[in-house]
Write a protein that binds this ligand. Structure first.
Ligand SMILES: Cc1cc2nc3c(=O)[nH]c(=O)nc-3n(C[C@H](O)[C@H](O)[C@H](O)COP(=O)(O)OP(=O)(O)OC[C@H]3O[C@@H](n4cnc5c(N)ncnc54)[C@H](O)[C@@H]3O)c2cc1C
Length: 433
């Protein structure tokens, strides 16, 4: 990817993707399938290595994984039953059963590494360049964008795809006024052998949430029993603690940094003994800490007529909806369709970016509005019942909890239908895809 002439003279579209998470890998797969598109993916890490523990794959994610031809390689635990408990007493307060969907679309909890390796296997050889941390971007006008990496090297591209996560360097350059802040939520995550907790009553029966006054514990299997022998199967634990962000004076960003056992356990001392035993199982050094940051919605996901944001970089929602991998993959697939569409009508790259933004921006607007409404409802409930106990608040939350069915526009989103609808609305008789 050396220096190139003016954009309109170059037949091949040179795309530089920054970041090798779900957004970057999905975009690399989808864009590499287009003719006359040269894709390079730059990832800062020395090796592509997912941290975190498990990830939920639901209908929206399965659909886009199918389109990327990676669904077959993603195996995990089929979530047939989910139990909600009062984390302090262990009393069951809610639950859901298997989703009413064909088996291949049912929600699964999978190891993050499985999703990642499935995606990597579909990226053509030579596309991914590791050890390439983007330091800065310069808009060269008709010449494209110059990328400067921390190792001092440069590249030039016609299109820069910012898939570099919540603390996006690309976003910092194209929208320098946008800022993210600590939300008050800290999450600790780990995978432990199922055999280490099999003796604890109830723990290995289902995926469970143990809710407490200022957080919760979530645990689930992450392996497909048809694939992984019992002794090797793992359980994911995600422990979450929430404080009022106003009370936090300074918070350095932690993302996948080790946390001591004492630090994690100290937030859940009054929980049910079964949960405390669960939390005691990981070895020292295994817990990883993630601090949740979020920022306001971006009015536009594209800039300079030659850059676009995907995934967490584009919508810093801090993991709300538990479906960020699906959103990231959907973004990349739609970007490829938009470029294909613009090229089929000999329209410039600017048109492709406009199409992408027209489809994805309103979707993220709807998510931000939903979260605002939810927040307003919580404030209202607190105001109308200031003396509510933890038990009564939990009961109200469980009653209001609609699960996936309450938000079909997220959890039943079919990105291929979204694209077909867009084409129909443009009165294109036969889609180019
Ligand atoms: C606790 C928690 C639980 C979650 N659970 C779920 C879940 O169950 N299901 C789900 O779908 N989603 C879940 N999410 C959200 C999901 O993890 C993210 O939405 C998803 O990983 C976003 O993908 P991404 O590719 O946009 O960003 P990331 O996965 O963050 O990837 C960004 C990549 O860019 C690289 N990078 C960053 N800066 C640079 C740079 N300057 N130069 C080069 N490379 C760079 C990083 O190394 C990284 O590889 C969860 C998130 C959290 C925090």
């Amino acid at each position: 990817m050396g220096d190139a002439g003016p954009l309109e003279e170059s037949k091949t579209l040179r795309v530089a993707i920054i970041g090798g998470g779900p957004a970057g890998l999905g975009a690399a797969i989808a864009l590499s399938k287009l003719p006359d598109v040269e894709v390079s993916l730059f990832e800062r890490a020395e090796e592509l290595r997912e941290f975190g523990a498990g990830i939920r794959i639901g209908y929206n994610c399965w659909r886009v994984l199918e389109l990327l031809e990676a669904a077959d390689r993603v195996k995990g635990h089929h979530k047939t039953a989910i139990v909600h408990r009062n984390g302090l007493t262990g009393e069951q307060v809610g639950g859901t059963s298997a989703a009413n969907l064909p088996i291949q679309y049912q929600p699964r909890r999978v190891r993050r590494t499985r999703l990642q390796s499935a995606l990597i296997s579909k990226v053509p050889p030579g596309v991914i360049q590791l050890n390439k941390k983007l330091a800065s971007l310069d808009d060269l006008g008709a010449e494209g964008v110059r990328l400067t990496f921390q190792d001092g090297t440069n590249a030039t591209a016609d299109l820069v795809v910012g898939a570099d996560g919540i603390r996006s360097v690309v976003r910092d350059h194209i929208f320098p006024d946008h800022k993210i802040n600590f939300t008050g939520t800290t999450i600790w995550r780990v995978l432990i052998p199922v055999t280490s907790v099999e003796h604890i009553p109830e723990l290995t029966v289902s995926t469970s949430w143990w809710h407490g006054p200022t957080g919760h514990i979530y645990h689930s299997f992450v392996d497909d029993p048809g694939e992984v022998p019992y002794e090797e199967r793992m359980m994911e634990i995600a422990a979450r603690n929430v404080v009022d962000p106003e009370t936090v004076t300074a918070k350095t960003f932690s993302w996948g940094v080790p946390a001591t056992k004492e630090r994690v356990e100290s937030h859940f001392l009054n929980y049910d003994p079964r949960v405390r035993e669960l939390l005691s199982k990981p070895q020292e050094g295994q817990w990883k800490e993630f601090s949740a940051f979020a920022g306001p919605r971006l009015e536009k996901l594209t800039a300079w007529n030659k850059s676009v944001l995907l995934g967490d970089a584009s919508h810093p929602l801090s993991g709300a909806f538990g479906s960020g991998a699906a959103f990231a993959l959907e973004d990349g697939w739609i970007l490829a369709r938009a470029i294909e569409y613009a090229r089929s009508t000999s329209a410039p790259l600017e048109k492709a970016l406009e199409v992408f933004d027209q489809i994805r921006s309103p979707y993220y607007l709807r998510m931000y509005q939903h979260l605002d409404d939810q927040k307003a409802r919580v404030v209202e409930a607190k105001k109308s019942n200031p003396n509510a106990t933890f038990e009564s608040s939990l009961a109200a939350r469980m009653q209001a909890f609609g699960g996936e069915d309450a938000l079909p526009w997220i959890y039943r989103n079919d990105i291929e239908d979204v694209w077909k609808t867009y084409l129909r609305e443009q009165s294109v008789p036969n889609g180019v895809h």
